[in-house]
Design a protein. Structure first.
Length: 204
């Protein structure tokens, strides 16, 4: 009896993970929040859902590798579904020189974004200056775009960056970059030269 109890306990423990994933798979089958074809981020992985079964969810990451995630991990951990909506807010950060007319920069930037990303309904383009940086006054611009996965977000950010850069070049708006000044200890170098010269005079 004792031996049978130990064996039963061992089998129960061994099946615990499997049964947990199975029950989680049943729960997932009734959830409309995730389905095949969706692009999700969960458990430090991001990719397109290619398979959902009673044991696991399989996603195809952007590097073309498959990741198999147990159903229990999907149920227990938060996950982000990019395919749940057709529109998403895009965020781009930048900085301009301290000599810039900030009102003019805001006007040029928002008009540039409005030309390539049409906003609808209550959607708005928002630009906020965020800090006085080491070499620039930094800002963030937020706007809406058609997005279904992480690639769409990256594509929208890239298009916005290229358009802003072009507009700034045309309007002489400076995007500064950090400059490092090297100190070669001029006074120390001069004293070393004088020492060498004095040594040469003594030798002569």
């Amino acid at each position: 009896m004792a031996g049978a109890g130990v064996i039963g306990l061992a089998i129960g423990l061994a099946l615990q993970g499997t049964l947990n994933n199975t029950f989680s798979g049943i729960i997932l089958s009734f959830l409309p929040n995730i389905k095949i074809g969706d692009w999700i981020e969960t458990n430090n992985h991001a990719g397109r859902v290619v398979d959902i079964n009673l044991r696991s969810v399989t996603i195809l990451e952007s590097d073309n590798n498959f990741v198999i995630i147990p159903n229990s991990k999907i149920i227990e951990a938060p996950f982000k579904n990019f395919s749940g909506t057709t529109r998403s807010r895009i965020v781009v950060k930048c900085g301009v020189g301290y000599e810039s007319d900030l009102e003019f920069v805001k006007k040029v930037t928002t008009e540039t974004i409005a030309e390539i990303f049409k906003q609808s309904g209550n959607e708005q383009i928002e630009l906020f200056y965020t800090e006085f940086g080491d070499s620039s006054i930094n800002f963030v611009i937020r706007f809406w775009a058609d997005v279904r996965d992480r690639r769409d977000i990256t594509k929208a950010q890239s298009a916005a960056i290229m358009a802003i850069r072009k507009a700034y070049n045309e309007n002489d708006i400076n995007i500064p970059f950090p400059i490092r000044t090297l100190d070669f200890a001029k006074n120390k170098f001069r004293s070393e030269v004088i020492t060498i010269q004095n040594s040469e005079e003594k030798n002569q």
